[in-house]
Design a protein around this ligand. Structure first.
Ligand code: UDP
Ligand code: MN
Length: 258
């Protein structure tokens, strides 16, 4: 039987959140045996996300944990200053290790864990590539790191180095979207998690170095020659006219959920 793909997604309230979640969930609806672990960066589960998930048609777990105030990016900070979604991804890992109840028909430890940000673009083929992950599988990520793509470089079926524009000496110089981990390995290494204090660019490495060595990485996507995921980012919508109309009492109806 197919192994389950557990997808951990951090998400936070903003104007484009429902649009992002709609696009993402409608991709996931095309993936068999997918369990979505959606983790809100919030002290409470919000009605928008709760209602959204209930109507999504997906198998899901809804979690929440707020980012500590000193770790949160402030308005005006450059986006690279602090890693985003760290506590939320760790909460997803905690749920897999502590709270998950194996259900009848569930293969127990047979599963794959993938960290999918809510704004990236995912090919359905990517999920079939990662489903056979034994330990940690890897592949290229498009439009990331100031490059057309970043990728592990494969020779003789092994990852021998990394194509990246920045600090190739990092233990695992890969984007979050560029790897998946077997559930067995996550459960066998209960302390492995993301380190929010890791220096810039070392967040992925902070998890992976607790799980594998570079020579154990399993290249997917035709020996890492195909881009099946893109690190797209969504423009922040301008609200200039909305704000002008609000002053006149003519703003968009706040009862309409966007
Ligand atoms: N995120 C979050 N809280 C925040 C900012 C971001 O939970 O304060 C989530 C976001 O929804 C996404 C992930 O963390 O799933 C990565 O954030 P983002 O896409 O902004 O990072 P970037 O694309 O700049 O790497
Ligand atoms: Mn992003």
């Amino acid at each position: 039987s197919l192994s389950t793909i557990f997808v951990i997604t951090p998400t936070y309230a903003r104007l484009v959140q429902k649009a992002e979640l709609t696009r993402l969930s409608q991709t996931f609806l095309h993936v068999p045996q997918l369990h979505w672990i959606l983790v809100e960066d919030s002290p409470r589960k919000t009605p928008l996300v709760s209602n959204f998930l209930m109507k999504s048609g997906l198998t899901y777990t809804h979690l929440n944990v707020p980012t500590a105030k000193e770790r949160k990016l402030q308005e005006g900070d450059p986006s690279w200053l602090k890693p985003r979604g760290v506590e939320q991804r760790n909460e997803g890992l905690r749920w897999l290790r502590e709270d998950r109840k194996t259900e009848p028909g569930d293969n127990g430890q047979q599963g794959v864990v993938y960290f999918a940000d809510d704004d990236n673009t995912y090919s359905l083929q990517l999920f079939e590539e990662m489903r056979s992950t034994q330990r940690v599988s890897v592949w290229p990520v498009g439009l990331v790191g100031g490059m057309k793509f970043e990728s592990p470089v494969v020779e003789g079926g092994k990852v021998v180095r990394f194509h990246t524009g920045w600090r190739p000496s990092r233990p695992f110089p890969m984007d979050m979207a560029g790897f998946a981990v077997s559930l067995r390995l996550v459960l066998a290494n209960p302390d492995a998690c993301f380190d929010g204090e890791a220096p810039m660019g070392f967040l992925e490495s902070s998890l992976l170095k607790g799980l594998v060595t570079a020579d154990e990485l399993e290249p997917k996507a035709d020996n890492c020659t195909k881009v099946l995921v893109w690190h797209t980012r969504t423009e922040k919508p301008k609200m200039k006219r909305e704000e002008a109309l609000q002053v006149q009492g003519l703003g968009s109806d706040p009862a309409v959920e966007v």
